[in-house]
Ligand binder design. Structure first.
Ligand SMILES: [Zn+2]
Length: 259
């Protein structure tokens, strides 16, 4: 069944390709309309055939125009006999719903042509709002999705990279965004590409203590000195390392006893 579907799919692809390749040839043999009616949005809403607002009708084709009559549902909108032969209208001048727009073009040699009808749908403000939701909704969903993925990735990276913190004194590679000295624990930490850039630095998370602060990139010398001083600080102070999660939890439980 699956193999058959794959076969049908590839057959369809080949057919589409053939149509695409030969359609210009076919188009040349059939009689193409000389003039086409263009509908340009000046102000308002447009999504496919759904439109609402101010639009300009324009003729595309040979420039030997003498006059153009614009029609909506076979009813004359206006007749224009001056260049650029355009007509501006507002959809609110007509009832909501579907309308066929056409133009009858008279060229300088007196020949008349009718443009192919453009099927438009003049939408109400309510329909426009619903349509906008259809456009904006998926974009918001996509953004939220990206934020969730980035958040999860950050979480995964931090857990992987920092199970118990980097050993004091380790010479680190601070990477692309450089390193900084944490204001909370005083230890050097890499700045992350995903940190929030604000005017005075990066709002970023310390890999040692996990606290957030604004970090300015520190020079290599300062970072190296901080790495070395970590070592001495630790040898002097056995409690230098941040408490483990278990210790934190125990502390919290202890505190809650007195509440
Ligand atoms: Zn820190």
């Amino acid at each position: 069944m699956k193999a058959r579907n794959a076969f049908l799919n590839s057959l369809l692809m080949v057919l589409i390709l053939l149509v695409l390749i030969f359609s210009p040839v076919l188009a040349q043999t059939s009689e193409e309309p000389l003039y086409r009616l263009n509908i340009n949005r000046d102000f308002g809403y447009g999504a496919g055939a759904d439109i609402r607002g101010l639009f300009t009708l324009r003729i595309v084709g040979p420039e030997d125009l003498a006059s153009v009559s614009y029609f909506i549902d076979d009813q004359l909108m206006t007749e224009v006999d001056e260049s650029p032969f355009t007509y501006q209208f507002n959809t609110s001048q007509y009832p909501f719903g579907s309308h066929d727009l056409t133009a009858v073009v008279t060229n300088t040699s007196g020949k008349k042509f009718t443009t192919p009808a453009r099927h438009m749908n003049f939408v109400s403000p309510e329909e426009e709002a619903a349509g906008m939701k259809n456009i904006v909704g998926p974009i918001i969903l996509l953004l939220v999705g990206i934020m969730v993925v980035v958040g999860l990735a950050q979480f995964a990276v931090m857990r992987k990279r920092n199970p118990n913190g980097v050993a004091p004194g380790t010479q680190r590679n601070y990477g692309y965004a450089g390193g900084s000295i944490c204001k909370h624990c005083g230890r050097p930490t890499p700045r992350h590409i995903w940190g929030f850039n604000i005017a005075i630095g990066k709002f970023d998370r310390c890999e040692n203590c996990g606290k957030w602060s604004v970090m300015q990139a520190a020079s290599y010398e300062i970072l190296r000195a901080a790495e070395i001083s970590e070592q001495t600080t630790e040898s002097n102070n056995p409690n230098f390392n941040e408490k483990t999660d278990e210790e934190k939890l125990r502390e919290l439980v202890d505190k809650s006893k007195y509440v």
